[in-house]
Structures are given as structure tokens and as C-alpha cells.
Design a protein. Structure first.
Ligand code: BTN
Length: 323
């Protein structure tokens, strides 16, 4: 990205018009340089209105992430976390995976704009400036990767607790770890692991939460989708949301380290959108298995009563659908 693009976007974050002349003066550059920098923004799908005689503006005000505001929400939890806020990154998960051997335990990397986000099962995760909260948390475990099978479900519990703390009700989990409101996807979790089966191991826990998706972004997403702006009537501050999530993640990960997913299983089940409902499981080979959700097991697998009896489904490449 052009080095001036993001500084100009910070200026435009108030959602008001700023003339090319004013911006140029602010950064001691020419108006052509300003224009070029904002062309780069458009190339990255950031909509900037340009009106002759008035200048440039974003479609609406945007609250950008900043470390101090996140730390204010984190309070005493801040001391045990390492926070990095980036203007833009291809993917916060990829960034931490690339730095996995050097990054400190409990490093959180957040990006104001994630340009090549990755989802589960090889999908893309679409995000935009002010449209989504995207971050990843690196966590080191003494246990091996084999003991972390329920980790992604455990982090879903932290997400639900955070939404509740912020007064956002009606959110549900969909196995293994989507968060839904009104049966539409609000947030997703991608966990990547490195380490030996016997331990120690490192997890990169990535979360994407839709804040205020413009129609252009919604159209790129091939499943029913929602955002916090539609689900609640007031604005949610992404700094407060991230701080709240990190507090609950810290608590949930401590419980998980002590007792595994078993210690969180009941709470997870209480929020499962498909608990005791008939579902279809889409298998990687194209088969569909129908059954009734019984429960979730202590290793995070889903237990379903099918025509062939009780079957256990591990996450990974399997996709759950309602009937
Ligand atoms: C899914 O539902 O498929 C998981 C989506 C996970 C998206 C987040 S956004 C932050 C982090 N960085 C990524 O590239 N992906 C995760």
C-alpha cells in the first residue's frame, strides 16, 4: 500500500469532507500525491467519495483500532498480553504463523484492514475497513496438539461471553465454532496449530467478527451473513469489543489449560443453535449424513444419532447444516 494511504484514511475516519488542499497541507505533499494515495485505497476496495469543490470523505465515520483504547478495556489483563495493532495485513493468522517461533506467548495481532483473510476449509474471509474486527492470538500450551481438539469450541465460549458482557443477546454457536445471530453468521474462528502431538504446542487463534458490512462485501459472501450493526441498535466500539474478547479468551484459555474442553462443554451446549435438532452433515467426499444432535463430547466432537446409531464427528472438513 502507498505509505500515505493509511495516514490519510485516519484523517478521513471522522466521516467528514476534507479538501484535497487541506490533506495535502497536513502531510506537506501535493494534491496529486493525495489523489494517488487514495487511488490505492480504492484498489483495496475501500470506498472514498470524491466530490468536486468539497474534497474526499468515507461513506461513514469509522472507529479505528488503537492500542491505548484496547488497553483501557483490558485493565489488569493488559499486563499479560502483547498487543500489536497493524493498519493493514494480508491475514493476522498468516502473520503470526510466519512469526510463530519468535512471537511471545499471548501475542495478539489485530489489523484495521485484513486484505486476504482465511477461513476454515480453505475459504476466504472477507473483511473491510470499519466493516469487521479481525485479530489473532498466539497461545503456547505445555500439552501436545492432540489435546487441543476442543480448543476451537472453547474459544467460541469466550466469544459468546464477550457478546453477553456487551449486552448483545441472541447469539448462538454452530458446531464447530461459528457464531450466529438469527441463523446468520456473525463471526468465525480459525485455529492453526504447530507442535508435537505430545507437546509442547502453539495455537494461533484467529477471529473475524462482522461489525458493519457494506452491501458490496455481503454480496461476496456465499452464506447467510449478519453484522453487529444490524443485530443491535447502537454502535459497537471495536476497541472495546477486542479488549472484552481478550479478557474472556484469557479466562477461557486458563480453564481449558486446567481441565480441557470438558470444563466448558456444558456452557457450549447451552448455546448450540442445533442442540437436539435434526441436521445434515456434509462430508468431504460429498456424502450427506442426517441425524439428531445429541451432544458435544469432551474432545469437541459432535455426537449425532443417525440411522446407523450414535456417530461421532470430528471437526475439520465436515460442515453442519440445519434441515
Ligand atoms: C471461518 O469461519 O471460516 C473462520 C474465519 C476466521 C477469520 C479470521 S479473521 C482473523 C484471522 N485471520 C485470518 O486470516 N482468518 C482469521
Amino acid at each position: 500500500m502507498n505509505a500515505l494511504t493509511f495516514p490519510i484514511l485516519r484523517l478521513l475516519a471522522d466521516g467528514k469532507f476534507h479538501s484535497g488542499e487541506e490533506i495535502a497541507r497536513h502531510f506537506s505533499v501535493s494534491r496529486t500525491t493525495v489523489w494517488n494515495a487514495l487511488q490505492h485505497a480504492e484498489q483495496m476496495d475501500i470506498e472514498v467519495f470524491s466530490v468536486q469543490g468539497r474534497g474526499y470523505k468515507l461513506p461513514q465515520p469509522v472507529t479505528l483500532l488503537d492500542e491505548q483504547s484496547i488497553l483501557n478495556t483490558l485493565d489488569k489483563y493488559g499486563a499479560s498480553l502483547h498487543l500489536e495493532v497493524h493498519d493493514h495485513l494480508a491475514s493476522t493468522n498468516s502473520y503470526l504463523m510466519q512469526n510463530i517461533s519468535v512471537a511471545k506467548h499471548a501475542t495478539c495481532v489485530a489489523a484495521n484492514l485484513q486484505t486476504s483473510g482465511r477461513g476454515r476449509r480453505g475459504r476466504s474471509w472477507h473483511a473491510g475497513l470499519g466493516a469487521s474486527l479481525t485479530f489473532s492470538l498466539l497461545w503456547r500450551f505445555q500439552c501436545g496438539a492432540s489435546a487441543l481438539s476442543g480448543l476451537s469450541l472453547a474459544t467460541g465460549v469466550a466469544l459468546i461471553r464477550s457478546l453477553h458482557e456487551l449486552g448483545i443477546t441472541g447469539s448462538q454457536l454452530k458446531w464447530p465454532n461459528d457464531v450466529l445471530i438469527n441463523q446468520q453468521k456473525l463471526a468465525g474462528i480459525l485455529i492453526e496449530l504447530q507442535g508435537d502431538m505430545e507437546g509442547p504446542s502453539t495455537a494461533v487463534i484467529g477471529m473475524g467478527i462482522n461489525l458493519n458490512l457494506p452491501d458490496s462485501l455481503k454480496q461476496q459472501i456465499d452464506q447467510p451473513v449478519t453484522d453487529l450493526a444490524s443485530a443491535i441498535n447502537s454502535e459497537i466500539n471495536p476497541n472495546q469489543l477486542l479488549g472484552t474478547l481478550l479478557k474472556h479468551l484469557t479466562d477461557v484459555l486458563a480453564v481449558f489449560e486446567q481441565g480441557g474442553f470438558a470444563a466448558l462443554r456444558e456452557e457450549w451446549s447451552q448455546h448450540h443453535a442445533y442442540h437436539e435438532q435434526t441436521v445434515r452433515m456434509l462430508m468431504p467426499d460429498g456424502r450427506e449424513i442426517h441425524g439428531i444432535v445429541q451432544d458435544v463430547a469432551e474432545d469437541g466432537s459432535l455426537l449425532i444419532t443417525t440411522a446407523d446409531g450414535l456417530q461421532r464427528f470430528m471437526s475439520g472438513e465436515i460442515s453442519l447444516r440445519g434441515l
